[in-house]
Design a protein around this ligand. Structure first.
Ligand SMILES: Nc1ncnc2c1ncn2[C@@H]1O[C@H](COP(=O)(O)OP(=O)(O)OP(=O)(O)O)[C@@H](O)[C@H]1O
Ligand SMILES: [Mg+2]
Length: 235
């Protein structure tokens, strides 16, 4: 579904990613973990075309998408939920979802997808006429993911969906992510720092440190946290 081959990328003159190779098969949940500043968000931004790869190749469904812009990528089914609070606070929950479907010309599809999102997240349906700014952190994250689902992504890129959430909300958000994969066979790349929790839903894991992949494994084989700790610390 997605293959990053020997990617080098960064900001201005600052190199961040160095020879990063990552691949995702269709319907897989792949976790990208690593310490702060490792380059995890940069990986996602490079796939999305927000950051340009200086070297290497990005292959999506068999075609190179190097140099594609974010809008082009969205139209090809790649949808990105950025790190942090990304809902429109002054719009209602419903309006936020409608915004998520703004590129769809068939409004009946927009209505159907809103229903699908509400099936997945009944908590936010109860609050559909409320300004999104009034939602709890967990509800905002559900809305941010719900808004991404409006475009029925084939590849969903999630940047730290657990950020700022209480443990109970993290569990809920992660369960919902698994349901999305199981229901729609969406391929999901999830950046996370909540290692133990994300290992419960991920099929495979990459550990990124100082812009390099230092470990790649099946999530089921990585239950021994000391292996991950070593990879994080570079021991
Ligand atoms: N827009 C930018 N301009 C310049 N440098 C940046 C920019 N964004 C990120 N960086 C730098 O690139 C490096 C990697 O950042 P990135 O955001 O990819 O890390 P991360 O692994 O997502 O970290 P975190 O867990 O804190 O979100 C850091 O050193 C960061 O300071
Ligand atoms: Mg980040």
């Amino acid at each position: 579904m997605l293959e990053l081959k020997n990617i080098e990328a960064g900001y201005n003159k600052k190199p961040v990613l160095n020879d990063v190779s990552i691949n995702l098969r269709k319907g897989e949940i792949v976790a990208l973990i690593g310490p702060n500043g490792a380059g995890k968000s940069t990986v996602i931004k490079t796939v999305m075309g927000i950051v340009k790869a200086r070297k290497g190749e990005i292959i999506y469904k068999g075609n190179s998408i190097n140099g594609n812009n974010p809008v082009g990528n969205i139209r090809h089914g790649i949808v990105y939920v950025p790190q942090g609070n990304t809902v429109f606070s002054d719009l209602t929950v419903l309006e936020n979802l409608q915004m998520g479907g703004y590129i769809l010309s068939d409004k009946s599809i927009v209505e159907d997808r809103i229903k699908e999102v509400f099936n997945l997240f009944p908590e936010i349906e109860e609050r559909k006429h409320l300004d999104a700014g009034n939602l709890s952190g967990g509800e905002k994250q559900m809305l941010a993911i719900g808004r991404a689902l409006m475009l029925k992504p084939e590849l969903l890129l999630l940047d730290e969906p657990s950020l700022g959430l209480a443990p109970k909300s993290i569990k809920k958000a992660f369960e919902a992510i698994k349901v999305i994969r199981d229901k729609f066979n969406t391929t999901i790349l999830i950046v996370e720092q909540k290692v133990k929790e994300v290992l419960e839903i991920a099929d495979r894991v990459y550990v990124l440190r100082l812009g390099k992949v230092v470990l790649e494994d099946n999530a089921a084989d990585l239950k021994d946290v000391s292996v991950i700790k070593k990879a994080f610390l570079g021991e």
